[in-house]
Design a protein around this ligand. Structure first.
Ligand SMILES: *Cc1c(COP(=O)(O)O)cnc(C)c1O
Length: 349
């Protein structure tokens, strides 16, 4: 730390992303990326012309991409904003809406408390139930801004739309932000509810189900007024936050709906098959609707499993955090990668 750092940040604990080591080639099952490349249309969208066009600034609104997203989700373009990953949209939302505090579960995406700390926003972490589910009664009629990842991370457990609706209806004077990073792997999106609830803000990312984590692209869908406020943050921070190529690739990905559906189906099938094999080995796990499995075994600690797998060239995620330190989170890879994983775990046991 330099002696110049602002006082208010000296005790800030930054977010720690899943490790990306380069000491050897690992099977990466630790950051929930897709094991599949982007769709063929995305690959062919990178042409000489588009690269030459990089001399120009991007369209700051990303209007072509927004028009496509609007069609896909049956909303108006003014109900959508794109950004440099959903982390950036979360940053804009925390900045724009949470002056009077925010609540989220004690076990959820680790970035939420970091943004609250960064911006000096007061927050309360509401404990998940014993079985790691969200008890929706904790969120209804509390007159608070709410952030929920749905499906939740790292549990993969999903809430139904009826529950999301109760939470949005139950806090009409506050923003209810639903982070749907994993919604394509099993849940039902709350986007349709944004027509009815002007306080509901839904965030999607291209990083998981669209195989574009490296491109950095996400979008938020909400009432026009909320999107306008997020735009105000963006234009006060970094108007050209989504690069030209990324906008082109994002649009191309939407044109390959068949590829998207096929790969999503494949990941869900591999998840279910892997869960079965883990159960046979004595694991228990949460009921995941995401592209990862959150599992534990009575015979080996989460920390041992994590480090044992790392020695064997497989990265999974482990948190040294109360209530979940027994678990590891395993990203669903290809069938082949899961075979290697199961063999490695069998040896460790
Ligand atoms: C991966 C993830 C994000 C971050 O996604 P980016 O679009 O890559 O920034 C946000 N929220 C949750 C719950 C995630 O798991």
């Amino acid at each position: 730390m330099s002696r110049y750092l602002s006082k208010r940040y000296t005790s800030l604990e930054a977010y720690v992303p899943g490790e990306q080591p380069s000491d050897m080639k690992y099977i990466k099952l630790n950051t929930n990326e897709s094991p599949f490349p982007p769709s063929p249309g995305v690959l062919s969208a990178i042409c000489e012309e588009e690269v030459k066009n990089l001399r120009l600034y991007p369209n700051p609104d990303g209007i072509k991409l927004i028009n496509k997203l609007a069609k896909l989700y049956e909303v108006k373009p003014k109900n959508i904003i794109i950004a440099n990953g959903s982390d950036e949209l979360l940053a804009f939302a925390f900045l724009a809406f949470f002056d009077d505090g925010v609540v989220f579960p004690d076990i959820t995406y680790g970035f939420y408390p970091v943004y609250a700390e960064l911006y000096g926003i007061s927050y309360r972490q509401i404990p998940l139930s014993e079985d790691l589910t969200v008890n929706i009664n904790d969120y209804i009629g509390i007159s608070k801004n709410v952030v929920l990842a749905n499906p939740n991370a790292p549990t993969g457990i999903v809430l139904g739309l009826d529950d999301i609706e109760k939470i949005a209806a139950g806090n009409p004077d506050h923003v209810v932000l639903i982070d749907e990073a994993y919604i394509d792997f099993g849940g039902k999106s709350a986007i349709e509810l944004t027509h009815k609830y002007d306080n509901l803000l839904v965030i999607h990312t291209y990083s998981k189900s669209r195989s574009l984590a490296g491109a950095r692209l996400a979008y938020a869908i909400a009432s026009e007024a909320i999107i306008e406020d997020l735009g105000k943050m963006k234009y006060s921070f970094n108007p050209y936050n989504v690069g030209r190529l990324t906008q082109v690739l994002g649009a191309a990905a939407l044109d390959d709906e068949a590829y998207f559906i096929e790969k999503r189906k494949e990941i869900i099938a591999v998840r279910e098959h892997t869960e079965e094999r883990l159960r046979e080995l004595g694991f228990t796990m949460t009921s995941s609707c995401a592209n990862f499995i959150f599992a534990r075994h009575h015979g080996i600690s989460g920390a041992e499993l994590y480090s044992g797998l790392k020695e064997k060239g497989i990265l999974v995620r482990h948190w040294n955090k109360s209530r979940i330190s027994d678990y590891v989170r395993i990203t669903v890879g290809t069938g082949e990668q899961m075979d290697i994983l199961i063999a490695a775990i069998t040896e460790l046991l």
